[in-house]
Design a protein around this ligand. Structure first.
Ligand SMILES: [Mn+2]
Length: 407
């Protein structure tokens, strides 16, 4: 498959309001505005529409984040020692057997036998690696950003086929690896195995489904109990409690699973969140994982999900200005094209959702966001399948899938 056509500054300047999609399913869009000095130094342009035609590295100054305050910081632990030869062989074996599932045409045919001992060892080490990372990752482009996979392991393999495997390509995953789909174990274990081998080439954030209360109810527990054991479910959930919560790419792109929080006063607040941690029912950690953008308010309003908030355009504008970033990248909501800007025709926030034909109930495409070294962003889109066995009646109106929060 041809590699994606990366967006250029010219293409972006010519059509700043439109995404152009070529036949390979790629869309190009203006970069995150690496050279957007206006957002850093001139507040007068940040409210009335962002100048997305300006891309490039011109006056980019990494680390120019004025919002860093004096919040007490949780100190990351030391990373574990290098893998032994025996551990490397075990991890390689897990990666190879999981990648060999690429030959499966359908998820129903997918069967990968991972032994309980490998799951145990990989989880134990992954916890140490994630606890050695800050809650707010500081990453450098180029990087590919992937949204919700929800156990649709064959979709994950397609993104790796398109984007290349670690360590050749760097990845950031935005969470929701499990529940809903059939292969949350395979999805989780492949990502963790890559994390053990290439900790600086693959990064994983926590989603709201990386939580025992949720994954007990929405499919992951059942999957583990049938294919493996409750012990494996517990071990993977122990890892989920250690996952970082947000990322900054080149200090210009803010990424998290759900969205913003009224409790996010300083970006250092994210580093102050204790890990390992459950997901609380409110507060900063809850909101990062659960909140959504909304057209129905300019500011904050309660969420239909029954947990956290929805936030409007003014909140997005205030965040981008206060924290001196160009765009928010988040996942958490199925969107028809696999990616969707908020508000439409702006470049302030983008939802990236990567599970194609989500739950076999949606006709949605899935997308992976590609950020090149100059922060020019594009999307590789996996179109929905249409030729397979007829599926259950689809939901064509893209009402938001609800994951009610159990109390
Ligand atoms: Mn979610």
């Amino acid at each position: 498959m041809p590699k994606n056509a990366v967006g250029t500054a010219d293409a972006a300047a010519g059509a700043p309001q439109q995404n152009s999609r070529n036949e390979e399913g790629n869309s190009t869009v203006a970069g995150a505005g690496a050279g957007s000095s206006h957002s850093r130094n001139n507040s007068s342009t940040s409210r009335g529409g962002r100048d997305v035609s300006r891309t490039g590295v011109g006056d980019f100054q990494p680390g120019a984040n004025s919002a860093i305050g004096a919040t007490p910081q949780r100190m990351p632990a030391s990373p574990p020692p290098p893998l032994t030869n025996e551990e490397t062989a075990m991890v390689d074996g897990v990666i190879n057997s999981l990648l060999s599932a690429r030959s499966c045409a359908r998820a129903a045919d997918l069967k990968v036998d991972l032994d309980a001992s490998s799951i145990h060892k990989i989880c134990a080490r992954a916890e140490k690696i994630f606890l050695s990372e800050p809650g707010l990752l500081k990453l450098k482009a180029p990087i590919n950003i992937v949204g919700d996979i929800h156990g649709q392991f064959l979709d994950l393999l397609r993104y790796f086929e398109i984007g290349g495997l670690p360590p050749n390509t760097q990845y950031l995953f935005l969470g929701d690896y499990v529940d809903r789909g059939k292969n949350g174990v395979e999805t989780t274990m492949l990502l963790l195995a890559f994390k053990l081998k290439y900790p600086d080439k693959i990064y994983m954030l926590k989603g709201n489904h990386e939580c025992t209360t949720i994954s007990r109810m929405y499919g992951f527990w059942d999957e583990c109990a049938v294919k493996y054991s409750e012990t494996s479910w517990r071990e993977m959930n122990a890892v989920f409690k250690t996952l970082p919560l947000a990322a900054l790419v080149n200090d210009r792109i803010f990424a998290t699973h759900g969205g913003l929080s009224p409790d996010l006063i300083s970006l250092r607040d994210i580093n102050a969140i204790e890990r390992p941690s459950d997901v609380p029912i409110d507060g900063l950690l809850c909101d990062l994982l659960w909140s959504d953008p909304t057209k129905d308010s300019a500011v904050w309003m309660p969420s239909d999900r029954g947990v956290s908030y929805c936030f409007g355009e003014r909140i997005v504008d205030d965040f981008l200005q206060a924290f001196d970033v160009d765009i928010i990248v988040r996942a958490h909501q199925v969107v028809p094209e696999g990616f969707e800007f908020f508000p439409a025709n702006t470049r302030k926030l983008v939802t990236v959702f990567s599970a194609v034909n989500y739950c076999n109930q949606f006709d949605n495409a899935g997308a992976m966001m590609l950020v090149d070294k100059d922060l020019v962003c594009s999307f590789h889109v996996l179109k929905p399948e249409t030729s397979e066995v007829p599926l259950a009646p689809r939901v064509n109106s893209f009402t938001r899938p609800q994951t009610p929060r159990p109390d």
